[in-house]
Design a binder for this molecule. Structure first.
Ligand code: CP
Length: 317
């Protein structure tokens, strides 16, 4: 087992072996996070810049915490406090961060492809924290990590992703990871938000919620991503909820042991009823917690670490 990648840009380009290396490394870090002393010196002396030019709660805080747990110095930059508001280009901002001797950049940006672009112009590792409607690789990794914790192997498992697939980077990253892991994935939602061409990615597409949810072992809800939609894709939010919102009746169609997932932020009463979001089948907050260990793994490996050093405990004082 050996990690050779400098950047983490997409799950589309990762092999199954690489996904498993990240999951194993994250599992080892999760054990460390359960100890009274949660910090390891693995990235001591390194500086990580979290460049978040789009809003974020979970991803940004999890990357901040992950870097700190690895003993790195971390600097967070957001759109409002950066000189991008004065007309500075992404290229100039990133090159200035590198000139300030940062060792790694974690970037969230509204433009698909911006992490790939930075990886081509910078010498330091680049990690994609969500680029437009393209990919959100660490979210896909933490989602599949959480599913594996709950279900074991995902091979042949029936997993439904429900909602605004078209504009979702989370859906794309999960599709790439889940298909490599052998899961049986069905996408469901209004036809305008779940185009049939997604079947080219090795998943099923359905517009019949009842048959899609029947016996599913995981349902992952996605919110409507208004910020990326330039026109209306359904008559009203109320109509969307009445046709595709997850409520108690619809949740009863799932496999009795099914788990309910959501990458957040959730819109209560739109794509999911509050009682389900807070109910015993929900693993939404487990996903958030697992996001720290998975991001520790991503930072550690892209900084040149190897899974066996964490699995063997070499990252400890
Ligand atoms: N899931 C996710 O990306 O949430 P944030 O936008 O809050 O980071």
């Amino acid at each position: 087992m050996s990690w050779t990648r400098k950047h983490l840009l997409t799950l589309e380009e990762l092999s199954l072996d690489e996904i498993e290396q990240i999951h194993l490394t994250a599992g080892a870090f999760k054990k460390i996070l359960g100890r009274s002393v949660k910090k390891v010196p693995a990235l001591r002396g390194k500086t990580i810049v979290n460049l978040f030019l789009e809003p974020s709660t979970r991803t940004r805080m999890a990357f901040d915490m992950a870097a700190k747990r690895l003993s790195a110095d971390v600097i967070s930059v957001d759109a409002a406090s950066s000189s991008t508001t004065k007309g500075e280009t992404l290229r100039d901002t990133a090159q200035n961060i590198e000139a300030l001797n940062a060792d790694m950049i974690v970037i969230r940006h509204a433009a698909s492809g911006s992490p790939l672009y930075l990886s081509r112009i910078l010498d330091i590792p680049v990690i994609n924290a969500g680029d437009g409607a393209h990919e959100h690789p660490t979210q896909g990794l933490l989602d599949t990590f959480t599913m594996k914790e709950r279900l074991g192997s995902l091979k042949g498992r029936k997993i439904v992703i429900l909602g605004d697939i078209l504009f979702s980077r989370v859906a794309r990253s999960n599709i790439h990871a889940l298909t490599k892991m052998g899961a049986d994935v069905t996408l469901v939602g209004p036809a305008t938000l779940v185009p049939h061409w997604f079947t080219d990615l090795g998943v099923k597409v359905s517009y019949d919620l009842r048959s899609a949810l029947a016996d599913a072992e995981v349902v992952m809800l996605l919110r409507i991503q208004h910020e990326r939609q330039t026109s209306s894709h359904f008559p009203s939010l109320g109509e969307y909820t009445s046709m595709f919102g997850l409520n108690k009746t619809r949740a009863s169609w799932l496999n009795p042991s099914a788990i309910i997932m959501h990458p957040g932020p959730i819109n209560r009463g739109v794509e999911i009823d509050s009682e389900l979001a807070d109910g015993e089948r929900s693993v939404i907050l487990e996903q958030v917690t697992n996001g720290i260990a998975v991001r520790m793994a991503a930072l550690y490996l892209c900084a040149g670490g190897q899974p066996e050093h964490v699995l063997g405990g070499d990252t400890q004082d």
